[in-house]
Design a protein around this ligand. Structure first.
Ligand code: TYD
Length: 134
């Protein structure tokens, strides 16, 4: 079964303000092809609710906090992300959604591929069936 993983990023503490960074392969196990971010989420807003056939991603709370709920077909887990110096690695084949965004939360997602709608699995039953035959 594929597993998600919390990954700590470098944190350069400085009296002028702290700095963190992420590099492909050094910190996350894929080459970044795309970055996107979710923000201005209204109270109760939920994003995601799908899995990817091949795409891997890394999710960081750049500001504020939110919960990433992941399901690998075997187990469901919740991760609360609330600091910008770590993130959640999500391999392909994981059903995931993001909820409980705080006010002003900014969710940065680094992805291993450009946007391809065909890579999305949007139906939970299709996801469960695809897991069975892996
Ligand atoms: P979607 O991935 O469905 O958002 P979420 O999973 O958070 O609910 O994307 C919402 C819309 O944005 C959809 O019309 C496709 C578009 N989109 C892009 O054009 N490029 C991107 O990189 C992403 C992530 C979405």
């Amino acid at each position: 079964m594929k597993e998600c993983k919390l990954i700590d990023l470098p944190k350069i503490v400085d009296h002028r303000g702290n700095l963190s960074f992420v590099e492909s392969h050094s910190h996350i196990p894929f080459k970044i092809a795309r970055s996107y971010w979710i923000y201005d989420v209204p109270d109760g807003g939920i994003r995601g609710g799908h899995s990817y056939r091949t795409l891997e991603e890394f999710v960081i709370a750049l500001s504020g906090s939110f919960e990433v709920i992941v399901n690998n077909g075997d187990r469901k887990q919740e991760y609360r992300l609330n600091r910008p110096h770590y993130g959640l690695y999500i391999p392909s084949g994981i059903w995931r959604h993001i909820e409980n965004f705080s006010t002003n939360a900014v969710c940065l997602i680094l992805a291993s591929d450009i946007y391809r709608r065909k890579d999305y699995v949007l139906d939970l039953d299709d996801f469960k069936n695809s897991i069975k035959y892996k």
